[in-house]
Design a protein around this ligand. Sequence first.
Ligand code: HPA
Length: 234
Amino acid sequence: MSIHIAAQPGAIADVVLLPGDPLRAQFIAEHFLEKPVQYTAVRNMFGFTGTYRGKRISVQGTGMGIPSISIYVNELFHNYGVKRAIRVGTAGSIQEQVRIKDIVLALAASTDSGANNIRFKGRDFAPACSFKVLHAAYDIAIAKGIAPKVGTVVSSDMFYADNPDDWKLWAAFGCLAVEMEGAELYTLAAKYNREALCILTISDSLVSGESTTSEERQRSFTDMMEVALETALA
Ligand code: HPA
């Protein structure tokens, strides 16, 4: 048993969906999985295992930010042998052509976080997704009539940046959106030789200042979940 998940051995499936919000993990389990069983509630960071179309799948809340997702994903990979991890989250657009409600598949994640600076002693690692999982997600989305935007994102440690124009540097280098966890998920997948992908819905735009209404969020969330569930098991 691990410190922060503390599930019984075998309680977690080989494939795991990772929302930041633990209540979203519960919502996913209750609305999308059959026979969900809760395997953890430590710190109210809920995790559930159930089935989707007959296949075993888990959903685990990660919390917000790199230190939090790092704890859960380390334990999922190291203690529970998870083979494929798919983050299902939201992001803020930093490009005009990336609109609210769009779905972004994150090819790679740049970061301002200190985590990889500590790990790689000042050298730069390139946290990237699994091509196999990305390819599957892209095909599944297209088949559903969803045109995902595929490109790089930024995993930032600062939701409330002191300099409100900070994102423009990343935008100038083509990053599509900002979120707070992807770089650590991709780095840990590389460390443990596992598969990872971030599927993100755009909840707000730093370019236009718009944000989604709760109804729009629900619709794009459902689209993202359908793509994520099928990708998890592809
Ligand atoms: N910044 C960081 N993370 C986010 C944002 C944002 O604007 N929107 C959704 N997740």
